[in-house]
Write a protein that binds this ligand. Structure first.
Ligand SMILES: *Cc1c(COP(=O)(O)O)cnc(C)c1O
Length: 353
């Protein structure tokens, strides 16, 4: 609190990011970062871009990167907006497409930033409870609303949604924008990018932070019909025209071009996820079926918050949400095989099996 804050700042309820600890080296399974390095071609592209051109502003329209994205998605550059991480793209989308007079819909258990953005934009939120298995109740999203945001797969549960379910939501909401947040789609879910040309109300948001191992350079993007993209550009150019720096542009382009490398990495992560799931199941955990690079787990006899602190003492960081319905769950990012072995060994010591 400060007398220098205006009323709007007083009213904010900011997001709390996962810890990036500096006190010691942890096995870091708390923020869904990719445990493998970026493609060597990405690192080379960033090194090559570190030259005297850095004195110049970057391209405000990110033309080169958008052309590359257009090529791999089968869309045109007019269908693409690039932002400083997909969090920025999501924030800009809330500001551009949703209005205080019509409620925005999202699930009760989902990416917690949506609530923060709704609050930031003074929007009413119509919060839809997931069912008992944390599945999306599709019909509830087919009632009147002023916009929808759904991650596929959902976070922090890891559950995916079928293309046909999303189609149903899109068909029922032709007058409002439906955002599908595909931050984790490449770890086993099905993308709805092919529906963009069919649905002018669909905005797909993706990020290079998870699949492309580039959380450190902050690049995300939106794919959608050119009217939506124009709206995002109007907003961006009213705040900051140069949101993506030269190094990030170079790295992002190289990442999009080297999908073969990242497919291999994702395959490894999926295999590790399956192995870890099997072992945790044998240890008595219930695991929500995951199509993401993390798992959401609970144990019938061990309290999740206690497990969280016990793991932290042993140098293993996972994510705990003290929130209704999920306060006995842990979200565990999938690390390397070696890291997951350390996690499993620590769990075994804590639960004494
Ligand atoms: C990580 C994450 C994002 C944000 O990604 P950035 O591009 O790093 O800002 C967006 N949505 C969901 C569901 C996420 O988990």
């Amino acid at each position: 609190m400060s007398k220098y804050w205006n009323e709007r700042i007083h009213k904010l309820e900011p997001y709390i990011p996962g810890e990036q600890p500096k006190d010691k080296r942890y096995v870091k399974l708390n923020t869904n970062e990719n445990p493998y390095p970026p493609s060597p071609k990405v690192l080379q592209a960033i090194r090559n871009a570190a030259d005297d051109q850095l004195r110049l502003y970057p391209d405000p329209n990110t033309d080169d990167l958008r052309a590359t994205l257009a090529e791999v998605t089968g869309l045109t550059s007019e269908h693409i907006f690039v932002g400083n991480g997909s969090d920025e793209v999501l924030a800009f989308s809330f500001m551009s497409f949703f209005s205080p007079d019509r409620p925005v819909m999202f699930a009760d258990i989902t990416y917690s930033f949506y609530k923060v953005y709704a609050n930031l934009c003074s929007l009413e939120a119509n919060i839809i409870p997931l069912d008992d298995e944390f599945k999306i109740p599709v019909d509830a999203f087919c009632k009147p609303n002023g916009g929808i945001v759904i991650p596929n797969p959902n976070a922090p549960t890891g559950r995916d949604i079928s293309l046909s379910s999303i189609r149903k939501v899109l068909d029922a909401n032709l007058d409002s924008v439906v955002i599908i947040d595909e931050a984790y789609v490449n770890f086993g879910a099905e993308s709805v990018v092919p529906l963009i040309k069919e649905y002018p109300n669909l905005l797909v948001v993706q990020t290079l932070s998870k699949y492309s191992s580039l959380a450190g350079i902050r690049v995300g993007f939106a794919l959608g019909n050119p009217e939506l993209i124009d709206g995002l550009n109007r907003l961006k150019n009213s705040i900051n025209s140069y949101t993506i720096d030269r190094l990030a542009l170079a790295g992002a382009k190289a990442a999009i071009e080297d999908d073969a490398y990242y497919q291999q990495v994702a395959d490894k992560i999926i295999t590790t996820r399956q192995k870890t799931t099997k072992i945790l199941h044998e240890l008595g955990f219930n695991i929500v079926p995951s199509h993401a690079n993390f798992i959401f787990i609970t144990h019938p006899s061990f309290n999740a918050e206690t497990l969280f602190y016990n793991l932290k003492e042993k140098g293993i960081l996972v994510r705990y949400f003290n929130q209704a319905r999920i306060s006995n769950y842990l979200r565990v990012s999938i690390g390397t095989d070696e890291e997951m072995n350390q996690f499993v060994e620590a769990i075994k010591e804590i639960i004494k099996v």
